[in-house]
Design a protein around this ligand. Structure first.
Ligand SMILES: Cc1cc2nc3c(=O)[nH]c(=O)nc-3n(C[C@H](O)[C@H](O)[C@H](O)COP(=O)(O)OP(=O)(O)OC[C@H]3O[C@@H](n4cnc5c(N)ncnc54)[C@H](O)[C@@H]3O)c2cc1C
Length: 377
């Protein structure tokens, strides 16, 4: 009997982990607009220390030992034929071809600002983007960060600690930021922001200029719909969580009213047992949390069960966000639980234990040494 073929549409954080779990048993084809895992995580670290960030978060697919059996296709997904069970992909030569599947995993994520994009890019283009944003902040004496989520907070904290001479101000709409996290987390994070010298401005809701997609660092003064006087800085970073699902290639029948992929608790698309979804694109729960809660594990198990005609398991989402907020700091990495407790990996353990043992072996099952990626122009 020929092996079943699983197509993973989108090889980001969730797609890579799903491919790794399935590669031994099935013919796995991963389709990706990037030639590497380019994580959408840790915006502040990426902007302030891009070389370091790249070593942990920009990993060419051929570095993952567990992806050796996976065929990766560097292309853009442009459509799906649910009856014929094929997806259409367009390569950088503009030629479109079909990839057949027995099971399809939709993990195309979301677009967010300039740091998470669905466009086809080479390594050089990814490096140029990283460099451009870093240079923009290097050259600024004052920085405004707008937003109250983890991306905004980590950016403000990391810019302030990397460049203590810059004036850094964080503006957010509520009385407190991090509304989806446990309240205790905000208390700790607010203290860290104060220690880093970040000016905190609660109760400020920015007016988004007409047609602006919040996808570039701007220089114009910012107006507030909450009535305060306008604010100015040399660089304005918009991290207001305006995410767009990367689902333009899918038919509307698979999507909810906001354009995310509808899923059952078993991570299947209703009415299409061969189609699954995971990660930020999947409407699993109000926080769409299956990426950080390792939905790839349940998903891989359910694909095996579906092929074998066995019962599927359900994904259960925590009610609150958790994880790292400030990102890697000179004194280590602080991670928060859904109940608001904090634990810290000290700085020495990051390169010696956390990355090589927990992340590279434990999570990714072996990553060959990453070549230093040249970020110089
Ligand atoms: C192990 C782990 C730990 C995490 N820890 C935290 C944490 O501490 N704190 C926190 O806030 N979050 C954490 N997260 C979650 C993280 O913030 C995001 O939820 C995660 O990056 C989303 O992954 P994704 O695969 O859904 O999307 P992405 O990683 O964005 O991947 C989507 C991929 O699909 C590609 N793509 C899109 N459209 C197309 C197309 N048409 N054709 C081809 N390719 C396309 C994109 O270019 C991208 O490469 C964690 C996630 C994981 C897996």
């Amino acid at each position: 009997m020929s092996r079943k073929r699983v197509v993973i549409a989108g090889l980001g954080d969730s797609g890579v982990l799903t491919a790794i779990r399935l590669a031994r048993q099935f013919d796995v084809v991963g389709i990706s607009a990037k030639p590497a895992l380019v994580s959408g995580q840790e915006l502040g670290w990426r902007l302030s220390r891009p070389d370091e960030w790249a070593r942990a978060n920009w990993i060419p697919f051929d570095r993952f030992r567990a992806l050796d059996r996976v065929r990766t296709v560097h292309a853009t997904l442009t459509g799906v034929d649910l009856d014929a069970r094929t997806v259409a992909v367009r390569g950088d030569d503009g030629v479109t071809s079909q990839e057949p599947y027995d099971a399809l995993v939709i993990s195309t994520g979301v677009s967010n600002g300039f740091w998470r994009t669905p466009n086809l890019q080479s390594h050089n283009e990814i490096g140029a983007d990283l460099r451009q944003a870093h240079t923009r902040l290097t050259d600024a004496d004052s920085v405004i960060v707008i937003g109250g989520g983890a991306a905004a907070i980590s950016s403000a904290a990391q810019v302030a600690t990397t460049w203590p001479d810059k004036r850094v101000d964080l503006y957010y709409p509520g009385e407190r930021a991090l509304p989806s996290h446990h309240p205790r987390i905000w208390e700790k994070v607010a203290r860290r922001l104060d220690e880093a010298g970040v000016g905190r401005h609660p109760g400020h809701r920015a007016v988004i200029p007409d047609g602006f997609m919040c996808d570039e660092i701007t220089v114009e003064p910012v107006q507030w719909s909450t009535g305060q006087p306008q604010a100015s800085a040399d660089a304005v970073l918009w991290a207001i969580g305006r995410v767009q699902p990367n689902t333009g290639w899918l038919p509307a029948e698979l999507l909810d009213e906001s354009g995310f992929v509808r899923t059952t608790p078993q991570l299947q698309v209703p009415g299409h047992p061969a189609v699954f979804a995971v990660g930020d694109v999947a409407a699993t729960d109000p926080l769409r949390s299956s990426a950080r809660n390792r939905g790839d594990g349940i998903l891989a198990r359910n694909i095996r069960a579906e092929f074998a005609g066995k019962p599927l398991r359900s994904y259960r989402a925590p009610k609150r966000r958790w994880g790292s907020v400030l990102g890697v700091q000179p004194n280590g990495l602080e991670v928060f639980t859904p109940k608001g407790q904090a634990f810290r990996f000290p700085a020495w353990s990051f390169d010696r234990v956390l990355m090589p043992v927990i992340v590279r072996w434990g999570i990714y099952r072996g990553v060959r040494d990453n070549q230093p990626i040249n970020l110089a122009p």
